[in-house]
Write a new protein. Structure first.
Length: 637
């Protein structure tokens, strides 16, 4: 029976929210359908769990609405102007929910998940996000469709809204209805978490079961998770005993106390004071290079494919995570990914022992060179606090910019600027170390026309990749004519893969990125088959330079005695250790599980417990957290 008082108004807003949540879930179900498995029972659980999360997501706004309806005097509630205001508020709510449906569609299309920490990060940088939406998506089509959906919802609920003003409701009756509605968000906050959405071993099904707004709130509140409270732990002495064994090798001498990994690294010969330029390609996945044997990127990256035969080419190299800041953290600090947000985005993120601090002690001019504005993702604060000078979009003159979009200048302009910086440091007699972060291979995938055979207007990732490859080719050709070229090591790699979604909780295939180390006068070309990770980059390049230094890196020189390979992988809350075809995964609530990784088939399957691998995984992540929390990987002041 329809309530003809303000309880009916509350119910109408609730039904509106449930209706759009259902429509959103159906939309994402259709998108994920080719990747789903488990049959009808999984779908039933998906929608049952989804209803719980939809109710929980509404409970927070619903509590505020219930409180408003409780205290609002009947005279104002029944006033004609208030009725019009309610119709307006209902249309606005419908418009926002319809717009959220569109945004969730695009977010799922891009990342294969509901809102997560990426969405939280993006909320902070409204200029870039709104600009990206404007440049990437067809708003002249989307906004009218959203308006039509909202108008249709208002029309469908119009009669029900009118009924909700028919009868008055006493304060006592209002209070009786409001108290459980105010208790609902409190109960949801303390009793509900993300586990109910784990309806299947298939992660796509679990994402569809979730509610996007609930997931957004959860990511916002859990931006940094205390390791000791949420993750599996072992005895601290055992942790560092395991770490020392894992990090031992030729030329390594541990120093200091037992709860540390501080050690002396002895170079393999006379120190080579070579310049180092690290080019980090945005979303540069291994799957796009024919050098890895795949056909997906046939002809897309000709310069990088050709470089494979001229470089140290690492064929089994993996990113730590799915975000740029996670990759930058790994390469700069050589630390496993901690649960929650990257150290780059955390407060008090300066003064670390880092690749930059090592190079600075050797007398290098360190620079972080970025195509966009470095305030994004806190990159400028992180790099300036860890021994780097900053060169970002604000440092480009008008003459130095031939093309730019919301994310930054095109890769060609960025690398031309890098050449100028190198010329300046060489002229001043300073060896240089640059971390260069590109942006072209980021939606909206636009770049200067006339450079490659794919027009910028196509807004395709393949076009962006091909242009980025063209820019790198032009950069290396120009650098080869410079007097500093022969004594420079060029490192070309990615921050993370283009795709992060998969059926499993950590889809290993979506962490595989290329790594080229190119220095014709100093590095003999070879293919490196050892499993490696972004944390290994700094010690490996320093090893090529025969550097002797004190280290707190968690990575190892992958060319020093061919150590047993392993890789760190992570999502926002889960961390993995990949080794010998096995993957150990840590998660909240002391979650710990082992999988088999079939590298040829690129599949992850559940496997029996591997106690030794799980304990090693715990040692790396617990040890990294211990050093971070106790400031043992900071520089002495």
């Amino acid at each position: 029976m329809m309530n003809k008082d303000r309880r009916g108004l509350f119910l109408n807003f609730f039904l509106l929210f449930l209706g759009f949540s259902l429509l959103t879930r159906l939309t994402l179900l259709v998108m994920a359908w080719p990747e789903l498995d488990g049959g009808l029972w999984v779908i039933i659980k998906m929608f049952a769990a989804g209803l719980v999360y939809d109710c929980a997501a509404f409970s927070y706004a619903g509590g505020a609405l219930a409180l408003y309806l409780l205290v609002l005097p009947e005279k104002i509630y029944a006033a004609s102007w208030h009725r019009l205001a309610v119709y307006g508020a209902f249309f606005l709510a419908a418009f926002l929910l319809a717009f959220n449906l569109a945004v969730e569609y695009y977010f799922f299309y891009e990342f294969g998940v509901r809102y997560n920490f990426i969405a939280v990060d993006y909320l902070v940088y409204t200029n870039e996000v709104l600009g990206n939406i404007r440049e990437s998506y067809n708003l002249p089509v989307v906004l009218p469709l959203v308006t039509v959906l909202a108008g249709g919802a208002l029309w469908a609920f119009g009669r029900r809204l009118a009924f909700s003003f028919a009868d008055p409701l006493t304060f006592r009756s209002r209070l009786a209805a409001t108290l459980p509605l105010l208790a609902a968000p409190v109960l949801c906050f303390f009793l509900l978490d993300g586990r109910l959405a784990q309806v299947s071993k298939n992660e796509y099904a679990n994402e569809v079961a979730m509610n996007g707004l609930y997931a957004f709130g959860s990511a916002f509140l859990n931006n940094e998770l205390p390791y000791d409270k949420f993750y599996a732990s072992v005895d601290q002495e055992a942790v560092f005993k395991s770490l020392r064994a894992a990090l031992a090798g030729p030329g390594v001498e541990f120093i200091g106390g037992g709860l540390d990994i501080n050690r002396r690294i002895k170079g393999r010969g006379p120190f080579k004071k070579l310049n180092v330029v690290v080019i980090v390609g945005e979303s540069l996945s291994a799957e796009y290079l024919t050098a890895f044997g795949g056909a997906r990127g046939q002809g897309t990256l000709p310069n990088l494919d050709a470089l494979a035969a001229k470089s140290l080419f690492f064929k089994r190299y993996y990113a730590h995570g799915t975000r740029t800041v996670r990759g930058l953290e790994a390469m700069t600090l050589s630390i496993p990914p901690l649960p929650g947000t990257s150290i780059v985005k955390r407060p008090d993120n300066g003064g670390f022992f880092s690749w930059g601090s090592v190079m600075r002690d050797f007398g290098y001019a360190n620079k972080y060179i970025y195509a966009g504005y470095g305030y994004f993702d806190n990159m400028n604060a992180f790099y300036s606090g860890n021994g780097f000078g900053i060169v970002d979009r604000a440092d480009f003159s008008k003459e130095e910019i031939t093309f730019a979009n919301i994310w930054g200048v095109c890769d060609g302009d960025l690398l031309a600027k890098t050449l100028k910086e190198a010329d300046g440091d060489f002229k001043a007699g300073r060896p240089f170390f640059y971390m260069v972060m590109t942006t072209t291979n980021h939606r909206p995938f636009t770049y200067p026309d006339g450079k490659i055979d794919i027009p910028s207007s196509s807004q395709s990732r393949r076009g962006a990749l091909k242009y980025s490859d063209y820019a790198i080719g032009e950069f290396l050709a120009a650098a080869a004519k410079k007097p500093w070229f022969k004594d420079t090591v060029f490192v070309i790699t990615g921050d993370h893969c283009a795709n992060s979604a998969g059926k499993t909780e950590i889809p290993v295939r979506n962490y595989h990125i290329p790594l080229f180390i190119y220095a014709p006068a100093h590095v003999k070309p070879a293919v490196v088959e050892t499993l490696s990770t972004q944390a290994d980059l700094a010690p490996t390049v320093l090893g090529l330079m025969n550097a002797s230094y004190e280290s707190r890196f968690f990575g190892r020189d992958m060319l020093n005695g061919k150590p047993e390979g392993r890789a760190f992988l992570s999502t926002f809350q889960k961390m993995g250790l990949l080794k010998d075809g096995r993957l150990a995964v840590l998660g909240p609530k002391k979650y710990l599980k082992t999988y088999n990784w079939d590298e040829a088939a690129k599949t992850v399957e559940p496997s029996p417990e591997d106690k030794a691998l799980e304990e090693e995984a715990v040692s790396f992540y617990q040890g990294a957290n211990y050093l971070y929390k106790n400031r043992l990987n900071r520089l002495a002041k």
